[in-house]
Design a protein around this ligand. Sequence first.
Ligand code: GSH
Length: 223
Amino acid sequence: MPSIKPITLHAHSSGPNPWKVVIILQELELPYTLVYETPATIKSAPYTDVNPNGRVPAIRDPNTGITLWESGAIIEYLIENYDTEQKISHGSQSPEKWLEKQFLYFQVSGQGPYFGQYTWFARLHHEQLPSAKERYLNEIKRVIGVLNTILEGKNYLVGEKATYADLSFITWALIGQNAVESTGVDLDKEAPNYVAWMKRLLDRPAVQKALQEKEKASSASAQ
Ligand SMILES: N[C@@H](CCC(=O)N[C@@H](CS)C(=O)NCC(=O)O)C(=O)O
């Protein structure tokens, strides 16, 4: 797609939500420019003119003129506008389209926020609240268990190929996996379908490129 102008993506060097979008941009081989926001820039103008919710990701696409925030909406937008060859989706006329959306909604409402709350109570909250940590850790385990059951006898969530539905889970899954394994759970044993699925997704060149870029950005911001 040589004539496409770079899409601006407002991101954070380490937060998982913008990197979900980077994975999709890489998979679709779309040009993009990352703009890194920080705690100092994210809650006030000019960034809040882009996203009044003061969070990342947000995109500005000069090809269509749209400004959009919320990672799920951004992913749907990219798929509908740029996945014309159905590389990571089944197409807008297929029944699978609804299953892809179902899993994307599950990711944005059932995986990301719960895994995020665990991170908050485990690392950032001003006091130790073991019951809050326990609640969110149990939710991480439950979500992993649900996905493990769905993936029984299957390589991907929808149909025979990896779609944006699968890819949207990766960045929070990496955080959830660390959290669960740090409590001594052996996911290879407890959730083998889930572990094999993640490995399949992590082996994809576009995913590796996105995660390497994330790694570079978070090392640079730590210096
Ligand atoms: N529902 C939003 C969540 C966005 C979100 O929470 N982003 C985090 C980074 S992963 C953020 O901006 N955190 C900074 C803050 O809350 O100040 C989405 O999926 O886009």
